[in-house]
Design a protein around this ligand. Structure first.
Ligand SMILES: Cc1cc2nc3c(=O)[nH]c(=O)nc-3n(C[C@H](O)[C@H](O)[C@H](O)COP(=O)(O)O)c2cc1C
Length: 158
């Protein structure tokens, strides 16, 4: 049987909340990707720092994962979009680990500008099957993609 891991990074909580809902619906295991050094300062200064990190393709150190990835066939990978791509912590996660032969199902929360997020994941994981990606839009902390669409996606990936 396929074993599924939900792995997510979240800075302001949108992706965390959604990951937990997805976990209740589809089951499997769940882990949070966390940077060893937390982002500090107000939202706008983190937005600025994020731009600098994305531009430099900076890979912040992340905490050791609490599971062994080779136990899983499918990774449901959640992240916020930072400057039209994956948040830096997810860049670290994808480059530091081996996803050979695994299925990766990305969900990306964002304010409406997803940019090249999914294309970048596919390029970073050429030996994985990246599929069923979903773009989940928020207005601040309010979901603007319909729950119906998300429920249908959860049904498809179950
Ligand atoms: C550093 C930074 C950069 C962001 N860049 C984008 C972007 O390029 N496009 C977009 O639609 N939203 C962008 N956002 C908004 C977040 O993607 C959105 O609020 C997301 O749902 C936050 O998820 P989280 O609460 O799990 O951290 C950015 C937010 C931050 C903090």
């Amino acid at each position: 049987m396929d074993k599924t891991l939900i792995a997510f990074y979240s800075y302001t909580g949108n992706t965390r909340k959604l990951a937990s809902q997805i976990h209740s619906t589809i089951g499997g295991d769940i882990i949070e990707i966390e940077t060893t050094v937390l982002y500090e300062g107000d939202y706008n200064s983190v937005v600025k720092q994020g731009k600098d990190e994305v531009t430099r393709r900076y890979k912040p150190a992340i905490r050791p994962l609490s599971v062994q990835l080779d136990k899983y066939d499918t990774i449901v990978l959640g992240m916020p979009v930072w400057w039209y791509t994956i948040a830096p912590a997810v860049l670290t996660f994808l480059t530091e680990n081996n996803f050979l032969g695994k299925k990766i199902i990305p969900f990306a929360t964002n304010g409406g500008w997803i940019g090249h997020t999914f294309k970048d994941i596919k390029e970073l994981c050429p030996d994985s099957e990246v599929k069923n990606e979903i773009n989940i839009k928020y207005s601040g902390d309010r979901l603007s993609t319909s729950m119906k669409e998300i429920e249908k996606w959860m049904d498809d990936i179950k």
